[in-house]
Design a protein around this ligand. Structure first.
Ligand code: ZN
Ligand code: ZN
Length: 499
C-alpha cells in the first residue's frame, strides 16, 4: 500500500467517538468521514535550494528532495465544493523548500528543557529545529492553513479553528477534517509534514474565562470548549488563548480561579488537547496574564498539569515590561520565567517585534527586527536551545490582500531572515547587524509599504461582553473586509483586550 493510501485511512482520531461533542456539534460530528480523500502524489517539481541561500542546512525531516516533494494538485473536484482542491494559488508543487536545522550545533541546554510535545530523543533540544512559522488564514477550510504555511516555507504554524469574531460557527464537514488530517501527516505518508508539536491553534478573541458573571462565563466556556473540540477533531495538540480579564468586577485571584475552573472542566470534557495560556501586554489593567505571576497562579490551580502550557508572545512580554534586548536582560527575563513559571510549561512562542516601548502596555506588533525590540533579541531566541522543537509563530503585519491570495511574502522573508541570523556567530553579528537590518527594512517596505499613521478613536474594551465583535488579524480575517493599516497592525494575531 502506498503511503498516500495509508494516510487516507487514518480518518478522525480514534478517540473521537467516545467524546461527547458540544450539543450544536453532535449531528455533524457523528457523521462518518468520507472514505474518499484528497488525492496526493509526488510531483516532479524543481527544488528551490533555499536552504543554501539561507545559510542553513536542511535535515532529513525538513529537507525536500525528489522523494518527499509536496503533493501535486489533483484535477478532481471534491463533492459539493465545486472548486479545485487544493486551491490553485496554494498548489503545493509551487511551495519553496523548507529550511530547518541550524548550520551550527545549538549550545547544550543549561536550563530545564521546554514543554514541547514532540518526541523526546537522546540528543535533546540541541538537535531539534526551531519550528518557525506564521499565523495563517483558514479561509477555504482548516486544511488551507497547512498549504499557506507550507507556501511560506514554515516549519510550524498557528491558525484559528473557526471565525474568531462570532460565538458559534458551523461544525466541520467530515471532508474538511479529513483533508486536514491527510495534509498534516508526514511527507513519507504524502502529507506536508506538520506534526502535532508544530501547530499551535489560536482561540477565539471573544472568550473571557476570567469574567465573574456566571452567564457570560458559561457563554465563553462553551466557545472555548468548541474551539478545543475542533482541535481534537483535527488531531491538533496545542490550543492557545488569551486567559481573560476581571472586567473590573472581581479580584485577579478570583479570575485565576475562574480560568482554572474552565481548564479543569474542559480537560474532563475533551480529551488530549493541551490548553496553552498566552501572556498578555496590558500590564496594570484588568487583563490577566501580563505577569509571570499571573500565569503561574493559574497553573497552580489546574488539576492535570500535563495538559496546561504557556505561550510567550515577545511583543506582549516586552510591552508588559520584560526586556529581552540585550544578552543580560534576555537571560534575566527567561531566568525569571523559569523561576516563576517553569521552562517545562513553555510550548510555544509568538514572535513579534513591538511598536510600543518597553513597558508601554500596548499590543502593537511590528515586523521582526524593525520595532523597539530589535533583531538581536530574535537572533538570541533562534540560537537558544530552549526554543527549539516548539512552534515559533509570526503574528507580524502583512498586507491584507496577501491573506486571501495566499501570497505570504512578508512571512516567507521573515522566516528566511530568522534562519539566516541564527547561523551568524557573535563576532560577525557585531559587524553585520546594521547592514542586515537595513537590507531587511528595505525589503519589508517593498513587500508591505508602511502607511501614514492614522489617529484612531478606538477605545479599550474591557467591560463589555461580546459587543466588540471585530476581527483580529493573524490571517484569519474575514473576506473582503477593508481594515486600515494601523488597525491591521494592532490586530495582527493578538488582541489584548478580552470582554
Ligand atoms: Zn500573540
Ligand atoms: Zn494571542
Amino acid at each position: 500500500m502506498s503511503p498516500i493510501r495509508s494516510a487516507s485511512k487514518r480518518g478522525i482520531p480514534a478517540s473521537s467517538p467516545s467524546l461527547t461533542p458540544p450539543p450544536d456539534l453532535q449531528s455533524k460530528a457523528a457523521k462518518k468521514p468520507r472514505a474518499s480523500k484528497v488525492k496526493v502524489s509526488p510531483a516532479g517539481k524543481k527544488v528551490n535550494d533555499q536552504a543554501k541561500t539561507n545559510g542553513t542546512v536542511a535535515t532529513d525531516d525538513i529537507k525536500r528532495d525528489d522523494d518527499d516533494l509536496p503533493p501535486s494538485r489533483p484535477t478532481k473536484k471534491p463533492r459539493g465544493q465545486g472548486k479545485l482542491w487544493p486551491p490553485t494559488e496554494l498548489d503545493p508543487s509551487d511551495h519553496p523548500s523548507r529550511a530547518g536545522y541550524p548550520i551550527y550545533n545549538l549550545p547544550p541546554l543549561q536550563v530545564p528543557r521546554n514543554g514541547g510535545i514532540g518526541p523526546i530523543d537522546d540528543v535533546g533540544n540541541s538537535k531539534r529545529p526551531h519550528l518557525l512559522g506564521a499565523h495563517v488564514s483558514i479561509g477555504g477550510g482548516p486544511a488551507t492553513a497547512l498549504l499557506r504555511a507550507s507556501k511560506a516555507g514554515a516549519n510550524g504554524l498557528a491558525m484559528f479553528v473557526k471565525s474568531q469574531r462570532q460565538w458559534k460557527s458551523n461544525p466541520y464537514e467530515a471532508e474538511a477534517v479529513q483533508r486536514f488530517l491527510d495534509l498534516s501527516t508526514s511527507k513519507d505518508l504524502g502529507g506536508l509534514g506538520y506534526p502535532k508539536e508544530s501547530i499551535l491553534v489560536h482561540g477565539s478573541y471573544l472568550i473571557n474565562l476570567g469574567n465573574p458573571d456566571k452567564e457570560k462565563w458559561e457563554t465563553s466556556y462553551q466557545c472555548f470548549k468548541d474551539d478545543i473540540f475542533r482541535c481534537h477533531q483535527l488531531g491538533i495538540g496545542l490550543y492557545n488563548w488569551h486567559p481573560g480579564s476581571t472586567v473590573g468586577m472581581c479580584t485577579k485571584e478570583e479570575s485565576y480561579a475562574s480560568i482554572a475552573k474552565a481548564i479543569n472542566r474542559v480537560h474532563g470534557e475533551v480529551p488530549e488537547v493541551i490548553c496553552v495560556i498566552e501572556n498578555m501586554a496590558n500590564a496594570n489593567s484588568n487583563i490577566i496574564g501580563t505577569t509571570f505571576h499571573d500565569l503561574a497562579s493559574i497553573i497552580a490551580l489546574v488539576t492535570d498539569r500535563s495538559r496546561v502550557r504557556i505561550c510567550l508572545d515577545t511583543c506582549h512580554l516586552f510591552a508588559a515590561g520584560y526586556d529581552i534586548r540585550t544578552p543580560e536582560t534576555y537571560r534575566e527575563t527567561f531566568r525569571k520565567f523559569n523561576e516563576e513559571v517553569g521552562n517545562g510549561y513553555l510550548a510555544g512562542v509568538h514572535l513579534n517585534d513591538s511598536k510600543a516601548d518597553l513597558g508601554g502596555c500596548k499590543d502593537l506588533h511590528e515586523n521582526i527586527g524593525l520595532g523597539k525590540i530589535g533583531l538581536s533579541a530574535f537572533r538570541m531566541i533562534m540560537r537558544d536551545p530552549l526554543f527549539s522543537g516548539i512552534p515559533l509563530v509570526l503574528e507580524t503585519p502583512a498586507p491584507e490582500k496577501a491573506l486571501e491570495s495566499g501570497e505570504l511574502s512578508v512571512w516567507t522573508s521573515e522566516i528566511k531572515l530568522l534562519y539566516e541570523i541564527q547561523g551568524i556567530n557573535d563576532e560577525e553579528w557585531v559587524t553585520r547587524e546594521g547592514e542586515i537590518e537595513k537590507r531587511w527594512r528595505a525589503e519589508r517596505d517593498k513587500l508591505n509599504p508602511p502607511k501614514e499613521k492614522k489617529v484612531k478613536g478606538k477605545k479599550s474594551d474591557e467591560d463589555g461582553n461580546g459587543k466588540k465583535g471585530k476581527g483580529g488579524g493573524g490571517g484569519g480575517r474575514g473576506k473582503g473586509k477593508k481594515v486600515k493599516k494601523e488597525e491591521d497592525d494592532e490586530e495582527s494575531g493578538c488582541e489584548s483586550h478580552t470582554d
